[in-house]
Ligand binder design. Sequence first.
Ligand code: SF4
Length: 296
Amino acid sequence: MSVEVFSPDENEANKGTWRKPSEPKSAKEKFNKLQKRLRRNVGEAIADYNMIEEGDKVMVCLSGGKDSYTMLEILRNLQKSAPISFEIVAVNLDQKQPGFPEHILPEYLEREGVPFHILEKDTYSIVKEVVPEGKTTCGLCSRLRRGSLYGYAQEIGATKIALGHHRDDIIETLFLNMFYGGKLKAMPPKLLSDDKKNILIRPMAYCKEKDIIAFSEHKDFPIIPCNLCGSQENLQRQAIKAMLNEWDKTHPGRVESIFRAICNVAPSQLGDLNLFDFTGLTRDGNSDQISLVDLG
Ligand code: SF4
């Protein structure tokens, strides 16, 4: 699939909006620009990683948070102008958290005309039973959620599972793995599940969280908070998020550069014996690999 496939109509947003460069932009103009940027980011990620193909049935996992609402909206938007045909079906997993407002998502999806399923699984009780009081529950909760959703994708014949993670989630995960897991590992834009039965895609891999926040606020999505269960957000992730926000203010461009680095890996310049044959290096046979080493 080419990049153009998912490119937004460049003229659409700016029709009849000529103005002097010094004039302040109207809220509508700003929103059009933001929407265009998100569409472009999603379109490019889809094209770069061949995320969606002709005839795909894409199961969009909808939690009721800003990220998944934005993903659904942008994908539906791109679906209208894509020259390939693919299906979108929204799926929400009702984890039976106390106080979960069950009516919000069905009402929203019916109003928007989106085909959907609500899957009910009481993972909340399992988590409460298994995780000791005071410990963070998000790890087990997410694993159970993933398991339920992957199984359901098979049931409904979905060929791709779309998750709402964005660029900043990916970068935060990189640092979490480096700081606490001793691994150079992030979150890939496209992934084959461990059981090899599902292909997961993250169409918002190139989108900045602050764009998603602005988009979601403008659209006034009926947000359902994730922490109805009473669990605290992972404190380590919060600390990394704060570090990245600080860098974004004090060193503009640094976060972008980190993301580019994730997409531009040089195994011969790292130290993983499984990724590069360091032990087999010889001056004659592998002289080109040696020349890659930066001795400066
Ligand atoms: S905040 Fe609660 S519902 Fe959300 S991932 Fe954590 S444990 Fe699960």
